[in-house]
Every structure is written in structure tokens, then in C-alpha cells.
Design a protein around this ligand. Structure first.
Ligand SMILES: *[C@@H]1O[C@H](CO)[C@@H](O)[C@H](O)[C@H]1NC(C)=O
Ligand SMILES: *[C@@H]1O[C@H](CO)[C@@H](O)[C@H](O)[C@H]1NC(C)=O
Ligand SMILES: *[C@@H]1O[C@H](CO)[C@@H](O)[C@H](O)[C@H]1NC(C)=O
Ligand SMILES: *[C@@H]1O[C@H](CO)[C@@H](O)[C@H](O)[C@H]1NC(C)=O
Ligand SMILES: *[C@@H]1O[C@H](CO)[C@@H](O)[C@H](O)[C@H]1NC(C)=O
Ligand SMILES: *[C@@H]1O[C@H](CO)[C@@H](O)[C@H](O)[C@H]1NC(C)=O
Length: 600
């Protein structure tokens, strides 16, 4: 009895041992892939519970521990959630129990985990090399963007991989061999890659050169063309109906292009992005401070507070002098003292003749020092201003921009972008929505009546075009905002997504992107998207009439003041005469020299 039992046990053990030898193949493959590709999670899909038990005994018990998730039905899988929780990289999927190609599983994946490894295990004997249904499935798979596929046939323990170019075949392989060539599309044999082409300098530019040839150039365009050439693909430009990136997005969504030669902000619903290293930020480009109006030169040397102090000083000193004068001679003589104080400030002769005694020297000293300091500083600064140009205050904050009431032009695409990401709230009152063409027309002319928002790469182009100006026309406000994760947008199902992402990364690492950016700026200027602005020469120029507006105003004010003080003094003098006369009449001594005075 015991013997019988133990022999049963022995049989079972033997069976296990045999099965483990028999199935070592698949386990080895998985272990090898896990190790070599640094896989972090394995997923197992099998919708038949009996088969799953069998697999557990055959494979899972002999696996080194690794994070494993088992799905038994399509409904239980929510790959959006799984990708969100575990990340998209370094995953391996094992799909078991298939007699038919697992189209429903692929459907459930819904474009998630496109870069994962997939191993499909087939139990039934099938001649894979000739089977059209499996060939169709492989074709379908890479067109959905799944390119890392292995097929394992458990009945004869063979491993197959696929070759897509020049034509799709399923071919037997070894795991080491597979790893060495995995996912490489080095030769596309002229397979067309459709690139959306539109003008968006410096990223993408279309023009006809001197020999009538259509040129597709620009930073991203040249990069994409080099990428396609290096893989022996054929570059197929697809002209979009407008130059707005909005149409590139539409084309990617309806899958009429594979990739756009542009850099856009992430929009996972519409397209995939290259793995970015770029965080783009925007700046506001605003007019450089204008030269000061010539009539303002006369007031420019002092701030308004200094002018106010000066007025107070004049009033105080004149009042004080007239008060002393009144004490001495009994007469109020404002205008005389006003003239004396002005003379002292202009540092021309002044005498204070009416005041005698020691206080004259003290007052003289005070006026002398104040006048000397004021006139020296004022004249010195004024002279230096007339020699070198002086500019208004540069707008360098958003508050100043809003205050200056300069219209900020944005196109519809940017408007959507800024509605979604962080646009400074303060700028919204001055923002004006205009069409893409209008915006370009004004911006490319460096129209200083408007402000513009530019992202860093385009900003570089505008800086480049202005580099020879001593006084650039448009300057950036040094505040970065709207930080966006950007990259090259690609169709979601495009099988070369990962490759382009890697190429882009290498281009950055090797400094190629820098070179491409410089070349693109140069090319944009050369073919006339923007032109270098002409240097304005600085040379001594005779003053024009404008400069004399202010002195004329000052002269007029002086005359008016003089007239006013004359009238006031006359009136005061007459009132005094009249009062003196009345007093004299009352004491009946009669009016002295004054004679009759009419005060009506
Ligand atoms: C398992 O999935 C296949 C298709 O992949 C389907 O034909 C089959 O009916 C499913 N079996 C169960 C038990 O759900
Ligand atoms: C998957 O999970 C996401 C996020 O939790 C959810 O929004 C979505 O509706 C789920 N999809 C299905 C098919 O259950
Ligand atoms: C590149 O593709 C063409 C087909 O467009 C093919 O004839 C040629 O052999 C390929 N070049 C290489 C180096 O394989
Ligand atoms: C696409 O181009 C058409 C034609 O120029 C234009 O009317 C439309 O607004 C563009 N669509 C977007 C989203 O930019
Ligand atoms: C795809 O979208 C673009 C841009 O709106 C449009 O011009 C083109 O006709 C569309 N193509 C198809 C096949 O729908
Ligand atoms: C700002 O400019 C707009 C037009 O350019 C004008 O309608 C508006 O009155 C101006 N606002 C102020 C405060 O100057």
C-alpha cells in the first residue's frame, strides 16, 4: 500500500522532472529576457483556468522571483491604470493558451505598453512560417506600434521572431540572437515616412531655392530627414492646409501623417511625443525703450522729486529774502528777489543789493552754494544727455507692460495653449486674439507697437536677427512662464516612435541639436523669413527744432510769472497807497505825494 503510494509519488515527481526539462526552454527565454533587458514586471495573460494550472506547475514554480501579474480575463485588465501605476518601460507580457491570434487582447491594450516585450505561446502544432493568419497578426501588430514580438511554440519548443522589411516573415531564432537585433529598423527599404510640412520658422520651413527646387528645411525638418535617410526610408512631405500647428495635430489624429516637423506641448489624447529633454518656456517680447522725446530733455536731468524740492527751495528763500527786505525797508519786493534767486540758480551774477549788513554775506553764501551745486549738476547731466542718446524706462515687468497699454498679440493656437497651461493672469486684459497670418506679419516686421509671446527656440531666432543692432527693436521681458513639456509629435500607432525618441536624445547628447538650431536660424534669415535689421549709425547730429520747444515753454512760463508778480506788486502798492491816503484823510493831514488813486 505504502509502496504503491510512494510509487505514485515517484511517478508524479518523474513527471514533474520530465515536464520541467521539457519546458526549460520557455523559462530560460523569460529569464534571459528579464536579465538582459532589465525587465521590472512580468504580466501573464491566460483566460483558461485549467491551462493556467498546468502552466503554473510547468513554468511558474521554476521561475526566479520577479514581480508577476496574472490576468485571466480581458475585462479584468485596465491597462491605463496599470501603466499609470507601474510605468510603461521594461515590461514583459506572456500571452498563453492561444489557438487563434489574440486580437482581443491587443484591443484591450489600446496602444498602451507599445515598447514592451510580448511572447505569445502557441500549444497547437502550426507551421508558423506558412500560416497566413499569424502573418496577418504580426502585420497588424507592428501597424499598431507593437514591434517587440516573440512567438513560442510549446509543442516543439521553438522560438520565432518576425522580420518586417523588406517583407514580413516569421523566422526561427534564438533568444540571444533576438536580443542583439531586437527592435532595430536599420533598413526600411524605402518605406515611406509621411512628414507634415508647413512653415513654422525656425522649426520647419518650405521654400523654393534658386534652381526652382522645393526645399524642406528647418531645425526639426532637417533632423527628421536625416533620421529617415539614415534608415533608408523615403521622406514623403505632406503639405498641411495652413501653417498653424493645429492642422498638424488634426493630421496626426486622422493618421494622414506619421510625424510633424515641429515641437508641440504634450497632448496624450491626440499624439505621442518623443521622450523630451526639453522644457520650453515662454517670454514676452516687447519694444525696446524708445529714445526720450526731445522736448523732455530739459527736465530729464532731475527726477520729479528734485524738481519739487527746487520749487520749495525757491519759494522759501524768496519769502525769507522779501521778509528781511520788508524788515529793512518796509517794502515787499518779491519779483526782485525771485530774479535774484533764479540768477543764483543759473549761476549768473546776483547781488542782493537791497539787503545790507552781516546777513547779506550769510544769505549770499547760501544762494551761492545752492546755485553752484544745482547748476553744475544740471548742466553737466544735460550736456552728457545731449551727447549720448537717452531712452525712456525699459518695460521689464508685466505690471509695466499692462500699464503701458501695449497690445499683446496671440494666435488661436497659443491662446488654447495658454488657456490650458500657466499664463500669467495679469496679461489677459491686454491680450488680443488675431489670426496666425496677422501675427506673423507684425512680428516678422519687428512691429514695435505690439508685444508678442515667444517660446525659447523661436526667441533665439529673433535674437539672432537683431544681433547686429546696437539698440535691438524688440527685447524680452526677463520673466519665464508657461513651462511646457515639449517634443516632436508623432502618430500614436507609428512603429518608429521609440526610435525617433532615442535618436532625438542622442542628437541632444552629441550637440547636434545645437548645431541644427544655429543652422536653422541662419537659414531662416538667409531665405528671408526674417532679415537682419539694418544697423543704425550713431553720429553727431545737429539739434533740430524739437529740442527748443522746452526752452520756449520755459521762457513763456517765466514771462507769465513775471507778469503775475508785477500785477500782484502793483496791486499791493496801490492798496497800500490807498489805505495810507484814507488814514491821512481821517487824521486830516491830506495825501502826501501819492496824489489821487483810483481803486475801482
Ligand atoms: C479565451 O479567449 C479566447 C480568445 O482569445 C476566446 O476565444 C475564448 O472563448 C476565451 N475563453 C474563455 C474561457 O473565456
Ligand atoms: C481604467 O482606469 C481609468 C483610471 O482609473 C478609468 O478612468 C477608466 O475608465 C478605466 N477603464 C475601464 C475600461 O474600466
Ligand atoms: C534602400 O532602399 C532601396 C529601396 O528603396 C533599396 O533598393 C536599397 O537596397 C536600400 N539600401 C540598402 C543599403 O539596403
Ligand atoms: C486648418 O487649416 C484651415 C485652412 O487654412 C483653417 O481654416 C483651420 O482653422 C485650420 N485648423 C486649425 C485647427 O488650425
Ligand atoms: C485629415 O485632417 C487634415 C487636416 O484637417 C485634412 O486636411 C485631411 O483632409 C484629413 N484627411 C482625412 C483622410 O480625413
Ligand atoms: C488701451 O488701448 C486701447 C486700444 O489700443 C484703448 O481702447 C484703451 O482705451 C486704452 N486704455 C488705456 C487705459 O489707455
Amino acid at each position: 500500500m505504502i509502496l504503491q503510494q510512494s510509487s505514485n509519488l515517484l511517478k508524479l515527481l518523474l513527471l514533474l522532472a520530465i515536464s520541467s526539462v521539457r519546458t526549460q526552454g520557455l523559462n530560460d527565454i523569460i529569464i534571459e529576457l528579464n536579465q538582459r533587458l532589465l525587465i521590472s514586471n512580468n504580466f501573464l495573460y491566460c483566460n483558461q483556468s485549467d491551462k493556467l494550472n498546468e502552466y503554473e506547475i510547468k513554468y511558474l514554480q521554476h521561475m526566479p522571483p520577479i514581480s508577476l501579474m496574472i490576468f485571466t480575463s480581458i475585462e479584468s485588465m485596465n491597462f491605463t491604470q496599470v501603466e499609470y501605476n507601474l510605468g510603461a518601460d521594461n515590461k514583459l507580457f506572456l500571452i498563453m493558451g492561444n489557438e487563434e491570434p489574440p486580437y482581443d487582447f491587443l484591443h484591450a491594450l489600446n496602444l498602451h505598453f507599445q515598447f514592451a516585450e510580448y511572447i505569445i505561446v502557441i500549444d497547437e502544432p502550426v507551421d508558423l512560417k506558412k500560416s497566413t493568419k499569424w502573418l496577418d497578426f504580426v502585420n497588424h501588430l507592428w501597424q499598431q506600434g507593437y514591434v517587440q514580438l516573440l512567438i513560442y511554440t510549446s509543442y516543439d519548443e521553438k522560438l520565432y521572431h518576425k522580420i518586417i522589411f523588406p517583407e514580413t516573415v516569421i523566422e526561427e531564432t534564438l533568444v540571444e540572437q533576438y536580443i542583439s537585433i531586437r527592435g532595430s529598423f536599420n533598413n526600411l527599404y524605402g518605406y515611406p515616412v509621411r512628414v507634415a510640412a508647413y512653415n513654422n520658422a525656425p522649426r520647419s520651413m518650405l521654400y523654393v531655392n534658386r534652381w526652382g527646387k522645393h526645399i524642406f528645411a528647418g531645425f526639426y525638418m532637417r533632423f527628421l530627414r536625416a533620421f529617415i535617410d539614415a534608415r533608408n526610408g523615403s521622406f514623403v512631405p505632406v503639405l498641411t492646409p495652413s501653417n498653424s500647428p493645429g492642422n498638424c495635430t488634426l493630421n496626426l489624429v486622422n493618421e494622414t501623417v506619421d510625424v510633424c516637423a515641429d515641437a508641440l506641448a504634450a497632448n496624450p489624447a491626440a499624439f505621442s511625443l518623443t521622450h523630451g529633454f526639453r522644457i520650453a518656456s515662454a517670454n514676452v517680447l516687447v519694444t525696446h525703450a524708445k529714445p526720450l522725446h526731445s522736448y523732455r530733455y530739459l527736465t530729464a536731468p532731475f527726477q520729479w522729486s528734485v524738481w519739487a524740492c527746487l520749487v520749495i527751495y525757491v519759494l522759501l528763500v524768496v519769502n525769507f529774502l522779501s521778509f528781511i527786505g520788508w524788515l529793512r525797508s518796509g517794502k515787499w519786493e518779491f519779483s526782485k528777489y525771485l530774479l535774484e534767486v533764479f540768477s543764483s540758480l543759473l549761476f549768473s551774477g546776483f547781488y542782493l543789493k537791497e539787503i545790507r549788513g552781516r546777513e547779506r554775506y550769510i544769505l549770499f553764501g547760501v544762494l551761492f552754494i545752492a546755485g553752484f551745486v544745482y547748476s553744475t549738476e544740471y548742466l553737466g547731466l544735460l550736456k552728457s544727455m545731449l551727447i549720448s542718446e537717452v531712452f525712456e524706462k525699459q518695460i521689464d515687468t508685466f505690471e509695466a507692460l499692462v500699464e503701458s497699454n501695449i497690445t499683446l498679440m496671440v494666435d488661436p493656437y497659443d491662446k488654447i495653449l495658454f488657456a490650458k497651461y500657466n499664463m500669467p493672469e495679469i496679461l489677459s486684459p491686454i491680450m488680443e486674439l488675431v489670426s496666425f497670418e496677422t501675427l506673423l506679419k507684425h512680428r516678422n516686421r519687428f512691429d514695435q507697437d505690439y508685444a508678442y509671446i515667444l517660446f525659447s527656440d523661436r526667441m533665439a531666432l529673433y535674437d539672432y536677427a537683431q544681433q547686429f543692432l546696437k539698440h535691438p527693436k524688440l527685447l524680452r521681458i526677463p520673466i519665464d512662464f508657461s513651462f511646457l513639456y515639449t517634443g516632436i509629435p508623432m502618430r500614436k500607432r507609428w512603429f518608429l516612435k521609440h526610435h525617433l525618441g532615442r535618436a532625438w536624445y542622442w542628437a541632444f547628447e552629441s550637440g547636434l541639436t545645437r548645431k541644427l538650431a544655429l543652422d536653422a536660424d541662419f537659414e531662416a534669415v538667409r531665405v528671408g523669413y526674417l532679415s537682419f535689421l539694418i544697423t543704425e549709425h550713431v553720429e553727431a547730429q545737429p539739434l533740430n527744432v524739437d529740442y527748443f520747444v522746452m526752452p520756449a515753454i520755459a521762457l513763456a512760463i517765466g514771462y507769465i510769472l513775471a507778469l503775475l508778480s508785477f500785477v500782484i506788486e502793483m496791486t499791493a502798492w496801490r492798496i497800500r497807497e490807498f489805505l495810507g491816503c484814507r488814514k491821512a484823510t481821517m487824521t486830516s493831514t491830506g495825501c502826501s505825494e501819492g496824489g489821487h488813486v483810483d481803486v475801482d
